[in-house]
Design a protein around this ligand. Structure first.
Ligand code: NDP
Length: 449
């Protein structure tokens, strides 16, 4: 129950409108709980309906995606784009291709994206999209035909000043290439800034591939330094997932002196007490597109176990969940605490359930929420857009340096906001409030209501 009668009314209406959208409710409630600390000081929010508008997407697009498989059969998936907020810039957010994709998941992701993008300090609104298409087990040609059909509809809704999609689960460099190719053919114009995460030869940014994982580690390192006078050096790290975010988080954590001992996929997890060999993981996941299980077949001394949740039984100092939403529940969080962890930072979006976050915070662990911790990906997408506008490319070092600065700033803005609203060190509250104040201020200034 929220203290503010206004916020409670908004939340009740969110549930009444879309009773089945549980992930969206969860994301909204977490933000409203933070706003409960400041809303009394801002009567203008209620007067101008700011929070009602904030929780309602500006536009929800749903469309049919027909494509032909390698046997010549027509298959039909459902595609979406949630254009949630364009208050501070063009809509910006990734595309997810995964069989679990639905409106609830994309609305939660689009909603979080508004605050995350606000925290980066770059002029980007919030959006998310995708399809219930499973790229796993599909041939390259099938993925290409799917992407082309998806873009045949999506192209009319996006543009470098309108909405700029990027990758997410199931959408990497290959898919962005096919999507961009179709956009260019349909529009007859080379609008490089319409998508981010592109290949380097057609307007992509150096360091974009690494950015979410690297950024997660930069923010975590700053949090460890400022809140515990500590660092990654000498720490044992467990990272869930073995996709884009997980692999590059593992690479940077290792470079900062930590030992990463476990990674997972949706089937199970590997444990290598000597430290995961990342060249082997990259070869398996990025080149061969095989399952993480193969690692244990190829690296002596490592083991594989079925079931992705089991990874959290492996003791660690720092836990970086980088797979998907709601993978850490209350029981799992208690195991992580009991095994002696000191910090948890979210690489995935909303990987920890609210009860799990409470367990971490009550046990005194440092906790960095996704909105702040994984903002490095979209921040570097913002840098890719800047380079596209300039028709120029920065070096890897330049982009990486800017990314580090952005992540350090996000930590400090988030921490400072937590202090200002009497919840010092609660970075969940800090991220929600720091992100929200800017967007709400712009909504009022632009007279959106
Ligand atoms: P990838 O598709 O590259 O990798 C996803 C990883 O998570 C895979 O190992 C996958 O295993 C695993 N996974 C997916 N679904 C599940 C599930 N239901 N249960 C267990 N494991 C699962 O995606 P990314 O690395 O890009 O994204 C991971 C997370 O990070 C997502 O929450 C995404 O929203 C978030 N994120 C990504 C950003 C980016 O720049 N890529 C930016 C900010 C956030 P399997 O192969 O078996 O499916």
């Amino acid at each position: 129950m929220l203290k503010s009668e206004y916020l409670q009314r908004v939340y009740t209406q969110v549930i009444a409108r879309d009773p089945d959208q549980r992930e969206f409710h969860q994301a909204v409630l977490e933000v409203l709980e933070s706003l409960d600390l400041i809303v009394e000081k801002h009567p203008e929010y209620e007067k101008h309906g700011i929070i009602e508008a904030f929780v309602e997407p500006e536009r929800v697009i749903s469309f049919r995606v027909p494509w032909v498989d390698d046997q010549g059969r027509v298959r039909v998936n459902r595609g979406y784009r949630i254009q949630f907020s364009s208050a501070i810039g063009p809509y910006k957010g990734g595309l997810r291709f995964h069989p679990t994709v639905n409106l609830s998941i994309l609305k939660f992701l689009g909603f979080e994206q508004i605050l995350k993008n606000s925290l980066t300090g770059l002029p980007m609104g919030g959006a998310k999209g995708g399809a219930d298409f499973d790229p796993k087990g599909k041939s390259d040609n099938e993925v290409m035909r799917f992407c082309q059909s998806f873009m045949t509809e999506l192209n009319r809704h996006i543009g470098q000043f309108v909405d700029v999609p990027a990758g997410d689960i199931g959408v990497g460099a290959r898919e962005i290439g096919y999507l961009f190719g179709q956009y260019r053919r349909i529009r007859g114009s080379y609008d490089a800034g319409v998508l981010t995460g592109k290949g380097l030869a057609f307007g992509g940014s150096l360091a974009r591939t690494e950015a979410t994982g690297y950024g997660l580690c930069y923010l975590t390192e700053e949090m460890l330094k400022c809140m515990k006078n500590d660092s990654f050096a000498g720490k044992t790290v467990v990272i869930s997932g073995s996709g884009n975010v997980a692999i590059f988080a593992a690479e940077k954590a290792t470079a900062l002196g930590a030992k990463v001992v476990a990674l997972s996929d949706s089937n199970g997890y590997i444990h290598d007490p000597d430290g995961i060999k990342l060249d082997v993981v990259k070869d398996i996941k990025l080149k061969r597109r095989a399952r993480i299980k193969v690692y244990a077949d190829e690296v002596p001394g490592s083991t594989y176990a079925d079931g992705f949740r089991g990874i959290w039984n492996v003791p660690c100092d720092i836990a970086l969940p980088c797979a998907t939403q709601n993978e850490i529940d209350e029981e799992t969080a208690k195991i992580i605490v009991k095994n002696g962890a000191m910090a948890v930072a979210e690489g995935a979006n909303m990987p920890c359930r609210p009860e799990a976050i409470r367990v971490f915070q009550e046990a005194g662990l440092l906790f960095a929420p996704a909105k702040a911790a994984n903002a490095g990906g979209v921040a570097t997408s913002g840098l890719e857009m800047s380079q596209n506008s300039m028709r120029y490319s920065w070096t890897f070092e330049e982009v990486d340096h800017r990314l580090q600065e952005i992540m350090v700033n996000i930590f400090h803005n988030t921490y400072d906001a937590s202090v200002e609203c009497d919840a010092p060190g609660d970075l969940v509250v800090g991220a929600n409030i720091a992100g929200f104040l800017k967007v709400a201020g712009v909504m009022l200034a632009q007279g959106l209501i």
